[in-house]
Design a protein around this ligand. Sequence first.
Ligand SMILES: Nc1ncnc2c1ncn2[C@@H]1O[C@H](COP(=O)(O)OP(=O)(O)OP(=O)(O)O)[C@@H](O)[C@H]1O
Ligand SMILES: [Mg+2]
Length: 271
Amino acid sequence: MTAPSQTADHQPIERITFDAVGFRYNTGKPVLHNINLDIRRGQSVAVVGATGGGKTTLISLLARFYEPTAGRILINGVDYRDRSLHSLQSNLGVVLQSSHLFAGTISDNIRYGDLSAGSDQIMDAAKQAGAHEVISAMPNGYQTVIGEGGSSLSAGQKQLISFARALLADPQILIMDEATSSVDTLTEARIEQGLRALLKDRISVIIAHRLSTIRHASQIVVIDDGRIIEQGNHDELVAVRGRYYHLYQQQSLSNLWQQTEPKVKAKSDDI
Ligand SMILES: Nc1ncnc2c1ncn2[C@@H]1O[C@H](COP(=O)(O)OP(=O)(O)OP(=O)(O)O)[C@@H](O)[C@H]1O
Ligand SMILES: [Mg+2]
């Protein structure tokens, strides 16, 4: 990762604080209540919880797609509403489950993270992301043409390419909605490697589904019905033997969250 420059928009982001954040959409009752979070550079936060609890809303507030309707979100101690939208967005990487791959070559899809990147940088990002071997095995390597939405690729391949793109963009803050698709063991290992590279030296907030992401997070935030009901790292939450511990014991956190919820929303297997 290159050292962040010192201009106003690229000052190093050392700390993000949710201070008693609450939120309601225009159309309804409050969906987040009194959310308090303190995240330092290099830390990752895994957000887990039942469907409809407010996970996506929480990361949407961090990305400033919406702003809090109560409380504040501070970046380096300053309310983000007192800064330009650009100052946040230029430092933000978002990796969503739904793929944002477009029809074109794999190389072009990765380059989208930094339009000025040359082929060496693209390959370097792909190597770090754990995507290089998978790409090299394709008929035309980096010049392989993929369909709209990455239609010709497997879920795991799409995820690795999204990682490479995000690594190339090199954002200070990474927001991710982790894919739920099951992948083979080798791809799983590559995704873990890529994710580690992606999180290093950043602030990341991940709606996490994979147990390894959750275990390795600096903080796990368990959200239920708009409130944080448990917060701590894996060992701390296991020690309190609460909700997290009971789900962890089943070895299937995200599946279990979904099964315990009567109204299971359809989840796309796409990333
Ligand atoms: N655009 C919107 N307008 C109004 N209400 C919304 C909107 N988006 C979400 N909600 C409501 O806010 C609450 C929290 O939704 P959110 O999508 O944040 O939950 P989630 O934890 O991400 O759920 P899932 O695990 O299913 O993705 C839900 O009651 C939902 O119906
Ligand atoms: Mg969601």
